[in-house]
Ligand binder design. Structure first.
Ligand SMILES: CC(=O)SCCNC(=O)CCNC(=O)[C@H](O)C(C)(C)COP(=O)(O)OP(=O)(O)OC[C@H]1O[C@@H](n2cnc3c(N)ncnc32)[C@H](O)[C@@H]1OP(=O)(O)O
Ligand SMILES: O=C([O-])CC(=O)C(=O)O
Length: 378
């Protein structure tokens, strides 16, 4: 057997062959199925992009209409799922609520008919359709309110924003939210997608695949950083405090949230687009002082860490966009999951097409031939 060098975090080790997305981290390029992210953000919608990622090609008009229709009519969640969610502690994190709810869907649809295209399509539609409803339902129920029923006349993103507070969203806000989902939907072999593929490789059901990926996305080194960025900006509080804050992080070797990336060594192209979206919102709905703090952070981090290739990642500006929409900070990562579920499902489908169970090796650095010490002699 070939002996390979151990790489912490599997840096640079290919874990799959994939045609779903492509990143050039030196040039700051991201493509979904070969199409540049900038073009999709300008011209596509989240559901069209999800279709592209999962089925490999842009849909025809009829295909898109059919997909949108199916998603629209699967948005409602079973009352037993709602009843289960009512028992969750209101102080719990919405990512944990989402992970548990996604797993619970598997109790109702545990068929695992993995060779049947109709089962694949049905699972894709159900997960993409119900995850926003479950996120919004927990948000209302933890405040003691009843969930708001999805509105069939609203499109995907407008309906989610509506379900958060029963107000039809401003059209610019709904469009910007939809673009955010396009930007967050997929990113090659990131930690949560890897998790999804490992889980998929055991041939379990897609609800378990998504639940395991949601659990992985929530950590602060991954999708959870978008929530931490806002907490950091609040803690810094003013532009003058930025430099001392960053100097302190460098001295204590703490991570600056929303900066750095395993693949990008330049500014993440999605951060650039998100920054532009935040500016559009500030223009229409008023400035946010945290944006000035964020700009100063970007300047100081570039000065101090630019030579190491540490620049803003996708999580740096997304929180400012969601904050301006009035969305609570602890929903930022669940919203990331609303988007990324389509990427995970594209990888689930690709993994199933040429499956082999993931079973890497390890470099054992423990003891051998140790004798058992009876408890009274320890
Ligand atoms: C959707 C997403 O997941 S995007 C990423 C979201 N996560 C964050 O924003 C959290 C902050 N960033 C980080 O923790 C990292 O940059 C990660 C997790 C994104 C990437 O991690 P890795 O590729 O393993 O890089 P690693 O943590 O080994 O850092 C490499 C070097 O850069 C430094 N570095 C990396 N990111 C940062 C940061 N945000 N702040 C300060 N220093 C950093 C490290 O201290 C290390 O320095 P050293 O070589 O002198 O020890
Ligand atoms: O790719 C990664 O390592 C992190 C990630 O999910 C992203 O940047 O969207």
């Amino acid at each position: 057997m070939m002996v390979c060098e151990y790489k912490p975090g599997l840096e640079g080790i290919p874990a799959a062959q994939s045609s779903i997305s492509y990143v050039d981290g030196q040039k700051g390029i991201l493509e979904y199925r070969g199409i540049r992210i900038e073009e999709l953000a300008e011209k596509s919608t989240f559901l069209e992009t999800a279709y592209l990622l999962i089925w490999g090609e842009l849909p025809s008009n009829e295909e898109l209409k059919a997909f949108e229709h199916e998603v629209r009519y699967h948005r409602r969640i079973k009352y037993r799922i709602r009843d289960m969610m009512k028992c969750f502690p209101e102080s719990g994190h919405p990512m944990d609520a989402l992970q548990a709810s996604a797993a619970a869907l598997g109790l109702f649809y545990s068929l695992r008919d993995l060779h049947n295209p109709a089962y694949i399509r049905d699972s894709v539609v159900r997960l993409i359709a119900t995850i926003p409803t479950m996120v919004a339902a927990f948000q209302l129920m933890r405040k003691g309110n009843d969930p708001i029923r999805p509105r069939d006349d609203l499109d995907y993103s407008a309906n989610f924003l509506y379900m958060l507070d029963e107000k039809e969203p401003d059209p610019l806000m709904a469009r910007i939210f939809d673009i955010c989902l396009i930007l967050q939907v997929e990113h090659t072999m990131n930690a949560s997608t890897f998790s999804a593929r490992v889980t998929a490789s055991t041939l379990t059901d897609p609800y378990a695949v998504v639940a395991s990926a949601v659990g992985t996305l929530g950590g602060p080194l991954h999708g959870g950083a978008n929530e931490e960025v806002i907490q950091m900006l609040e803690k810094i509080g003013s532009v003058e405090n930025v430099r001392p804050y960053i100097e302190d992080c460098l001295q204590t070797k703490s991570k600056i949230m929303g900066f750095g990336h395993r693949v990008y060594k330049v500014k993440d192209p999605r951060a650039t687009i998100l920054q532009g979206l935040a500016e559009q919102l500030f223009e229409k709905f008023g400035h946010d002082k945290f944006y000035d703090i964020a700009l100063e952070m970007e300047r100081v981090v570039e000065e101090k860490l630019g030579s190491k290739g540490i620049y803003p990642n996708i999580d740096f500006y997304s929180g400012l966009v969601y904050r301006k929409m009035g969305i609570p900070t602890d929903l930022f990562t669940p919203i990331f999951a609303i988007a990324r579920v389509a990427g995970w499902l594209a990888h689930w489908k690709e993994q199933l097409a040429e499956n082999r169970i993931f079973r890497p090796t390890q470099v054992y650095n423990g003891l051998h031939e140790v004798t058992y010490t009876p408890i009274d002699k320890r």
